[in-house]
Design a protein around this ligand. Structure first.
Ligand SMILES: [Zn+2]
Ligand SMILES: [Zn+2]
Length: 176
């Protein structure tokens, strides 16, 4: 489709029936008996006594048809928005620590004995370096979550190992 004669950025909807110039919705005039005209020829018809509808009468429909696909803009907005995690490597350590802690909690000790230690170490690193992160308070909070969960899981794992060892010990001591 050609571009509008008067708006090079707009795709033409229809040509004028008299001069044939391509017209976008903003430039397309309708006569009440269905003819599609450019403004100049519509005004001629109007002078002849015809009923003519200027584009303004259906502005809402035009706005809709002119609306450009907003998908790209939306993606850009969300890329600069709050949802995307922004921070430097220390921020990231705290996030990983918190994540590891939560993953450890979710995995219920199943083959993840080393994760609490990693979470604890990363949490401590992030907490002690929080002043150098972009958002010190958030980093401390995340690091605290990571450390807290990791420490809790570590104690749980140690307790489980302790009970296990105790159980073996009791079996050995009370065995035949
Ligand atoms: Zn025309
Ligand atoms: Zn136009």
């Amino acid at each position: 489709m050609d571009a509008c004669t008067f708006h090079p950025d707009n795709a033409a909807v229809e040509p004028c029936e008299v001069c044939g110039r391509p017209l976008c919705g903003l430039c397309l005039w309708y006569t009440t008996d269905g003819h599609r005209l450019c403004e100049a020829h519509a005004r001629e018809r109007l002078a002849d006594g015809a009923q003519v509808l200027p584009p303004e009468t259906y502005q809402e429909a035009i706005d809709h048809s002119l609306r450009r696909t907003p998908a790209g803009d939306d993606a850009l907005l969300s890329a600069n928005g709050e949802k995307i995690y922004r921070g430097n490597s220390i921020d990231l350590n705290a996030l990983i620590a918190a994540g590891l802690g939560l993953v450890t909690l979710a995995s219920c000790c199943g083959g993840a004995y080393c994760l609490p230690i990693a979470g604890l170490v990363l949490g401590i690193l992030a907490y002690t370096n929080a002043d150098r992160s972009l958002d010190a308070r958030r980093t401390r909070n995340l690091a605290a979550v990571g450390m807290g969960v990791a420490a809790f899981m570590l104690l749980t794992v140690l307790a489980a190992i302790g009970f296990y060892m105790a159980g073996i010990l009791i079996l050995v001591l009370t065995g035949p």
